[in-house]
Design a protein around this ligand. Sequence first.
Ligand SMILES: NC(=O)c1ccc[n+]([C@@H]2O[C@H](COP(=O)([O-])OP(=O)(O)OC[C@H]3O[C@@H](n4cnc5c(N)ncnc54)[C@H](OP(=O)(O)O)[C@@H]3O)[C@@H](O)[C@H]2O)c1
Length: 246
Amino acid sequence: MGELFGKLALITGAGTGIGRAVARGLAKNGCRVIVCGRRLNRLQSVAASLPDKSILPFVLDVKDSAAVDALPQSLPKEWKQIDILINNAGHEVGGRRRFGEGTADEWAAILETNVLGLFRVTRAILPDIVARGDGHVINIGSVSGLRPGATRTAYSASKHAVHGFSESLRMDYAGTGLRVTEILPGIVKTDFSLARWGNVARAKKFYDSHPEALEPDDIAESILYALRQPKRVNVSQVVLTQSSMP
Ligand SMILES: NC(=O)c1ccc[n+]([C@@H]2O[C@H](COP(=O)([O-])OP(=O)(O)OC[C@H]3O[C@@H](n4cnc5c(N)ncnc54)[C@H](OP(=O)(O)O)[C@@H]3O)[C@@H](O)[C@H]2O)c1
């Protein structure tokens, strides 16, 4: 089973897409996984596809400061000692248009979820990891956090923030036993475009026009790779792009 057997992981945004694939990958490798998100039915369906007792569905909106702050106390006793945090919840609601065409509510929601939500969950989980001197935070960034692009101002800004946060957090806690990895995918075929536009046909058309898009399992595999390294190794960044569009 490898080094992951018996570890406890918490994944935000785990009811769909990349988060769901990571939950499955970790459970298959002997981890217990707390799958978080806003839609309980999505979390339950992830749990139903995996062995009993390996998955705990937990409703959590990363925008809800009070709920996130209370997370360590709210989790059941056997599910409190988290070894692996995967900050995956994120979206680009209203994206793919010029900055002035979007609404303030849309970009506020992007920053609130992708940046502040990630900060909040990290802060809630970090003290216990640091006290135990062993743990791993994986932040899901994006190639948009390295390469700015037209029509994605707010999203790209949010992922640049994830990039800066990940780099700085690793330095902040160097020597404490905390490892920090940033995963930066290109286009991945998930519900991401559906959330962006709220339109099934438009999302399908987008992915149909990117037949080379990555699969969620490709991203999960890179996370398993980072997690499996010996304690002396910190995989700092993994950038995954479509081989046809490097
Ligand atoms: N797909 C891509 O092309 C791509 C590329 C690069 C990076 N990424 C990043 O990958 C991550 C996962 O996205 P995905 O592609 O797997 O898309 P997805 O299938 O839409 O998954 C996003 C997940 O985030 C959850 N979420 C959204 N807002 C939340 C909130 N306030 N609190 C808690 N959970 C929330 C959603 O669940 P609920 O709605 O149930 O809460 C959903 O399960 C995101 O950070 C995204 O930016 C995606």
